[in-house]
Ligand binder design. Structure first.
Ligand code: SAH
Ligand code: SF4
Length: 395
């Protein structure tokens, strides 16, 4: 088990409360897809023959320039700006706190409507920067190794709250383009992974609409290949993900027998390994994506034997795949231990020799509990009981 990195610099935490008080009851434009934005503008009195142009203008202000007030939308006539301001808000979730790890990872505590909180993690790397976003407050599923799984589902995030996480982090990184300033080649926020709190495929529409906004070429303009959705295995939604989002897919595989997977990823009792693999075989073809990432958390003595590695290779035969080995990240009260480095390397080696890339994921932001599976909003009172978690582990 790897000890958390010894801090070489103090962890920093700062509080930023950005006052973005919405005008009571007015609909928010952030999170509306283009067709929905069009409908909203028409309903507010935009003439039919102008509406296409208005959608384009607003889209660029909000998602290309990152503008938050109608006042600043200088190519709109004043009366139209006033009409917009009387009918709509441009509202984002609020960053309550930001912690910066000694390795540069930033963890944001984000407050959404109703006072609920989710976590968003920014992971800077040499050539890119990945934002790990949440799709739900809590999770209905109860994967026994996952901290989020100990928290009940409070609610799904809206598309505005999902894309809002990308926008507030772009604010924090000062990454919106500025008129007259040449665009930086390298993006600070270049990739999105739906690997934060929640099961994205149990909030399909919310995630789809938000990702369509992220991919739109007139705005944030991230390629679908730079977006990875991770699912625990909601089989009926996998084909839809290919067809309606088309992003890259990662699947929380984590075990090579139904017996073990039932315990680790209980959704397996509903859709077992065979059914999951069947859906995955069709995915790359449907979405035109390259490879599926199989995520595999390394748990000492549970799923990390040589036999497991051999079985895994056999199971995924014929699927264009890469296997991402995730050293287990502990959390207070977690019922497992991380496999030793030697065990993880031996496991990786078997997979690699079978012809698959088998990167070992470096835990990031462990000192601030920002690593995979450690997210959980401390403020949420609704918890699953310890007895419930223990019963699920023992199965
Ligand atoms: N709900 C989705 C996405 C969120 S979890 C899913 O389950 O796929 C993102 C990844 O982190 C998943 O592969 C998940 O299984 C893994 N994970 C969860 N808890 C972990 C932990 N404590 N240590 C390491 N990985 C963990
Ligand atoms: Fe939910 Fe994913 Fe955690 Fe499982 S691993 S409890 S699906 S967030």
């Amino acid at each position: 088990m790897t000890a958390p990195a010894t801090p070489t610099a103090p962890i920093t935490q700062d509080m930023m409360t950005i006052p973005r008080k919405p005008r009571e009851g007015l609909p928010n434009l952030v999170g509306l897809t283009r067709p929905a934005l069009r409908e909203a503008l028409l309903a507010a009195g935009t003439p039919e023959k102008q509406v296409k142009m208005r959608v384009n203008q607003l889209w660029q202000w909000i998602y290309h320039w990152g503008v938050r007030s109608f006042e600043e939308m200088t190519n709109l006539a004043k009366p139209y700006r006033e009409l917009l301001a009387a009918n709509f808000v441009i509202e984002l979730p609020e960053i309550v706190s930001r912690q910066v790890s000694t390795d540069g990872t930033r963890k944001y505590l984000v407050r959404i409507a109703g006072g609920h909180e989710v976590e968003t993690v920014y992971i800077p790397e040499d050539e890119r920067g990945t934002l790990c976003i949440s799709s739900q407050v809590g999770c209905t599923l109860t994967c026994s190794f996952c901290h989020t799984g100990t928290q009940k589902l409070v609610r799904n995030l809206t598309p505005g709250e999902i894309i809002g996480q990308v926008m507030i982090v772009r604010d924090d990184l000062a990454e919106w383009p500025r008129p007259g300033v040449p665009k930086e080649e390298r993006r600070l926020l270049s990739n999105i992974v739906l690997m934060g709190m929640g099961e994205p495929l149990y909030n399909f529409e919310g995630v789809r609409d938000a990702m369509q906004i992220a991919m739109d070429g007139e705005g944030i303009a991230l390629s679908r290949r730079r977006i990875t959705l991770s699912t625990s295995g909601v089989v009926p939604e996998i084909a839809r993900t290919a067809e309606e989002i088309g992003c890259m897919l990662a699947v929380s595989f984590h075990a090579t027998t139904d017996e073990v997977r039932d315990k680790l990823v209980p959704i397996n009792k509903k859709w077992n390994i065979e059914k999951l693999l069947e859906a995955l075989r069709a995915y790359p073809r449907l979405s035109n994506s390259e490879r599926i990432t199989f995520e595999y958390v390394m748990l000492k003595g549970v799923n990390d034997s040589d036999e497991d590695a051999h079985r895994l290779v056999k199971l995924i035969e014929g699927i264009p795949a890469k296997i991402n080995l995730i050293p287990f990240n502990e959390w207070p009260g977690s019922p497992y231990e991380r496999s030793s480095n030697n065990r993880i390397r031996a496991f990786a080696d078997i997979i690699y020799k079978a012809g698959y890339a088998s990167p070992i994921r470096t835990p990031r932001g462990e000192d601030i509990m920002a690593a995979c599976g450690q997210l959980k909003s401390a403020t949420e009172r609704q918890r699953k009981s310890r007895a419930q978690i223990a019963a699920e582990v023992q199965g």
